[in-house]
Design a protein around this ligand. Structure first.
Ligand code: UDP
Length: 243
């Protein structure tokens, strides 16, 4: 089931359900394209039809962040829980380890995906991994593609930032069974960016913690109040149409 938030349809799956969908896809060699949709992306898709089509045509669209969970509830069609890119990555690693999946990390500054991969492999040695940084020129792109192609990943995680990673995946989804945009997750896996403490996450204030640690995000996060207003408007329009 999918719920409509500002024209973007989001799956209501829980984290375990999402992981199981991915496991089945990898085991069955069935292509799967995943988008973790956060409020910024949903808001941006309002004026970007290409992005909107790409998100809505993905096989799985998760509620990335508490803002999306709130919007779904507010619109009367709740999702089960938030399924962020980094949390989904971390939930997939034990399965990837057990099944000895081939996992490719594409993105981040030079050295970051390498460090992320090493950290992950220390804990989950069953994972066969490859990596490439996300700062390649158009001329270098074919080498990156060849590297991924030769690696034959079960899962390709692309951390080039949204929406570029979504465009990139749509163009190169033949490279892996499962493709997923993961934003800045490699920075967190590499230990470059520290996530909010668990208690802060439980209080659903991770966005505030991130703003404190990375104040330059202020401009990007300023989209949140506009997102809220648009959601409330969608709710109002829906309600008034139903009376
Ligand atoms: N990035 C990249 N290539 C680029 C631009 C950005 O690999 O040309 C990476 C950047 O290093 C970072 C990620 O893309 O790791 C974007 O992270 P951000 O936190 O902005 O994304 P979000 O998680 O908010 O989508």
């Amino acid at each position: 089931m999918r719920v409509n938030i500002l024209g973007i349809t989001i799956n209501t799956y829980s984290m375990p359900e999402t992981v199981e969908k991915i496991r089945l896809a990898v085991e069955g060699r069935a292509k799967l394209r995943i988008v973790t949709a956060n409020p910024e992306m949903i808001y941006a898709s309002g004026s970007n039809q290409r992005l909107k089509n790409l998100i809505n045509s993905a096989d799985v669209v998760t509620a990335d962040g508490i803002g999306v969970v709130w919007a779904a509830r507010r619109l009367g069609t709740p999702v089960q829980e938030r399924v962020t890119g980094i949390d989904l990555l971390q939930a997939l690693f034990p399965v990837a380890h057990a099944q000895k999946w081939r996992v490719f990390f594409l993105g981040g500054k030079p050295g970051i995906a390498q460090r992320a991969g090493s950290h992950v492999a220390q804990k989950y040695p069953g994972i066969i991994w490859g990596e490439s940084n996300g700062y390649f020129s158009l001329a270098e792109e074919s080498q990156v593609i060849e590297k991924i192609h030769n690696f034959q990943p079960d899962i390709l995680f692309v951390g080039l930032g949204a929406p570029r990673q979504e465009y990139w995946i749509a163009e190169h989804s033949e490279l892996a069974t499962v493709c997923m945009g993961v934003g800045g997750s490699f920075d967190a896996l590499a230990g470059n960016v520290v996530r909010a403490p668990k208690r802060v996450q439980e209080f659903q204030l991770e966005w505030l913690y991130r703003l404190w640690k990375e104040p330059w995000r202020w401009k990007r996060q300023s989209v949140l109040p506009r997102f809220v207003i648009k959601v409330l408007w969608q709710k109002f329009v829906r309600t008034s149409q139903n009376v």
